[in-house]
Design a protein around this ligand. Sequence first.
Ligand code: GLC
Length: 543
Amino acid sequence: MLDKTKRGWWKDAVFYQIYPKSFQDSDGDGLGDIPGIVRRLDYLEKLGIDGIWLSPVYASPQADNGYDISDYRAVWPPFGTMADMETLIAEAKKRGISIIMDLVLNHTSDEHFWFREALKGRDNPCHDYYIWRDGAPDTPPNDLRATFGGPAWEYVPELGQWYFHQFAVKQPDLNWENPAVRRELYDMIRFWVDKGVEGFRLDVIDNIGKEPDRKITARGPRLHEYVRELSREAFREPGLVTVGEAWSADVEEARQYSDPGGSELSMVFQFEHTFTDCVPGGEKWDLAPLDLPRLKRCVERWQRGLHGRGWNSLFWDNHDLPRVVSRWGDEGVYRVRSAKMLAAALHGLQGTPYIYQGEELGMTNIRLPIEGYEDIETRNFYGERLARGYAEADVMASVYARSRDNARTPMQWSRAENAGFTDGTPWFAVNPNYTEINAEAALADPDSVFYFYQRLIALRKRCPVFRDGDFTLLDPEHERVFAYVRRTADEQLLVVCNFSGEAVDWAPPAEFGRAELLLSNCGAPGHGLRPYEAYMLYRGAVG
Ligand code: GLC
C-alpha cells in the first residue's frame, strides 16, 4: 500500500472522480448520496483506485450542482449528514482509498451567510468579502462576460453597487485581496483535514488572483502569491494531495504550480488537449473533427515539459466534459474496444490518471430534447446562440457533443429499473443503453472495459517506467496512430493506439521485437493494426 504521509505518493496513484448526485442513491429520493457511495466502495476497491475526488457535497442551493456553496462546513441534506461523511472517510481509508474533497474557493453561493451579511450594507464586516463596484443601475463597471453567459456584474439596488461573478449570478466571487477571506478559507480547509480528508481538488484556482477592473480574470498578478500562501497555511502535511483546476495554465506555468519543491500544488488539471477537436480559436461548442497530430503534439509538449520539473494529471473525462468513447472512440460496434484503446493511450503517460465515474464501463453521451437538460451552462448556451441567429440544428449538434450533462447521467449499475441507480425517480435522465452498458455486466465479463482499467491500474504499480519514464512520440504526423515510447535507464514501454475505425499498416520499432506484451485489446499484435487496436509492449527489469 502507498505511504500517504509522504510527498509524492500520488505519483503512483490512480484517482476516481465521483459526481455524487449521479453515483448511487440509497434512500429513494432520486439523488445520489453519501451512503450510496459507501455502498459502492467495494466496487472501487476492486477496480484498484487509491483515492476518490469527490465533487462538492457541501450545503448548496444547487444552482450549479454544488459548485455554489452556502456552507462549507455542512453537508447538503439530500446527500446525507456529517456522520455519513465521517463514515465515508473511515470506510474508504480501510480500503486504502483517500477522500479528496472539491474546494470551491473562488466564489460562494449568494445564499452563503457571508453574502447575505454583505447585502446588509457597506459597513457590514462581510461586505468586503466580495467584489463590489459603485455605479449606476444601467452601467456595469465594464463589459466582462460571465462564463455561463450574460454580464459578469450584477446590480444590487439597495447598495447602489455591482458585484462581480465569473460564473452564475448566484455565484458571487470572493475577494481574495481581503486577508480575512483567506483566513476563513484556510480555517475551513483545516476543518476538513482534521476530519481525515487527504487532499483537495481546487476549483478554478487560476481565477483567485483576478483584477476585474483590468479585465483580468485568470492568471492575475497575485495568483501565485495566493497559491503559495494557501499551500503554506492550509496544506501543511506533505502527504496532502492538491490538484488545481487551471484552464489557463500553459506548460511553463504548470511547472510553477506543480514544482517538485512543493511550494504550490501537487499538480494541475489543464485542458489544452480537450480543444483539439474544436475550431481553432473557437469555443468548446465549435465542433471540428479530432486533429490527431494536434492532440499528439499537445500531449508531447506537456509530457516533455513537465518531465522531472513538475507533474501532470491525466484525464479524458470529468463532470464538465463529454464522454470520451463518444467523442474520440466509437459508440457502436467498437465501443468496448475503443474505450480500452483510449484508456491505454492515457494510462501509459506520465502523470496521475483520473477515471471519471462510468468511464471504466465505457459509458456514452446522451441526446435529449433541450428541455431535458439540467446544466445551467448548456441552457444558457442554447438561449444565447439562438438569440444570435444560429440554426437550432447546429446548436443542438453542439449540445449533443459537448454538454456537461453528457457526463452527469446516472451511473449505470445494472439492468434493473433506472440502471440500479435509484428506487425512486432519478433527478436526471438515465441513458437508455443501461440495459447493455452497466457495472453488473462488466463485472461478469473478463473482457470488459472494467477489467482493462483494473489491469492498467495494476501495471502502473508493477512497472516504475509508468511513473518515471521519459516520453518519445513516434510518427507525430500520422493521422490515425498514436504511438509513444517511455524509457528509464533499464525499462522501455511502447504504447500503440489506433485512433480510427479502420485497419492501418503500422509496425512497432525493431527494438520491441521480442518484448513482453503487457496488455492489449485485440489479443496478440499481428501485422498492422486492427480498428481501434491498442497494445503495450515492455522490455525491462521487472519480471
Ligand atoms: C469548475 C467546475 C464546474 C463549475 C465551475 C464553477 O470549472 O468544474 O463544474 O461549474 O468551476 O464553479
